[in-house]
Design a protein around this ligand. Structure first.
Ligand SMILES: [Zn+2]
Length: 284
């Protein structure tokens, strides 16, 4: 899966860090990230920016430390327009977040997804939602604080479930209605306030396909920064009739697929596809 980057490891612990020359700059514009990709992803380096700023007699732009992978630290940076133009001359381009999951290596794809999640949180939380004043960055942990009313804003992560509903050697597979992602998926949905993850599983399966489920077992979780989620995978079995009543607002397709007919996972990124593969391997 996207987070499985051994022997590398992402260190998300909050630190107050100054950038060094080999650290990476994560720069976003709308739904795109700045990178260069020949065979492998390269992000702009702090050292190049520092030298450019010195040459132009400009102060370094503001940067926020995000996380580290191996010996490299990743910083969120708002780059000067002129410097971005120079990088583009050098082969860098803004690539849609939707498209980067196909790139390599995996640790840099995971870094992009995680940086995007943090970027979107900082971008959307500049002001206090309670009193409207500007928020300031926490000194000792990842949080934003309102100095006026005391409101504290922690990173926002939306918990959601992915559900492998099984009936003997068949798995319930779906396709979303009205989304860019066109391949097979599994039943999925967000946890409501006041609900356990297991209750989310029961509710989402009932809402999307009208089936009661039992024997709900936790499988694994996955951080999915592209959509600011923490995904929790569960398997369960039908409880009674396996007849599908499709919610056409959510799904365009829901069908029982025999284990042998489940397509192979060529990406190895998503929890959804790993769950499909795990189910398939139980019957082969
Ligand atoms: Zn406030």
């Amino acid at each position: 899966m996207i987070q499985d980057i051994l022997p590398q490891r992402m260190r998300n612990m909050f630190e107050r860090k100054e950038p060094c020359d080999t650290d990476r700059l994560m720069c976003f514009s709308a739904d795109k990230i700045l990178l260069r990709c020949n065979a492998m992803i390269t992000y702009p380096l702090y050292g190049d920016l520092r030298r450019w700023c010195a040459q132009k007699n400009e102060a370094d732009p503001q940067m926020i430390y995000l996380f580290s992978v191996g010996s490299a630290a990743y910083f969120l940076a708002k780059l000067p327009v002129e410097y971005t133009a120079a990088l583009r001359q050098d082969g860098y381009e803004f690539v849609r977040m939707f498209d980067i999951r196909r790139l390599a290596p995996r640790e840099e794809v995971f870094a992009a997804a995680t940086a995007w999640h943090l970027y979107a949180w900082y971008r959307d939380n500049r002001f206090c939602g309670r009193c409207g004043r500007m928020l300031v960055h926490g000194e000792s942990e990842r949080m934003l604080r309102c100095m006026d009313c005391g409101n504290i804003v922690f990173p926002k992560i939306a918990p959601a479930v992915i559900v492998g509903v099984t009936d003997g050697d068949k798995l319930l597979m779906t396709k979303y209605a009205g989304r860019e992602y066109k391949r097979y998926a599994l039943i999925a949905g967000f946890t409501e306030i006041g609900e356990t993850a297991e209750e989310t599983v029961q509710r989402e399966v009932m809402e999307e396909v009208g089936i009661r489920v039992k024997n709900i077992r936790y499988y694994k979780s996955q951080p999915w920064g592209f959509d600011m989620n923490l995904l929790m995978g569960f398997f369960c079995e039908t409880d009674g009739e396996p007849e599908i009543h499709l919610d056409e607002r959510e799904l365009s397709v829901a069908e029982w697929v025999k284990a042998g007919d489940i397509p192979d996972d060529t990406e190895g990124l998503s929890l959804t596809r790993e769950m499909m593969s795990v189910f398939k391997s139980n019957f082969s």
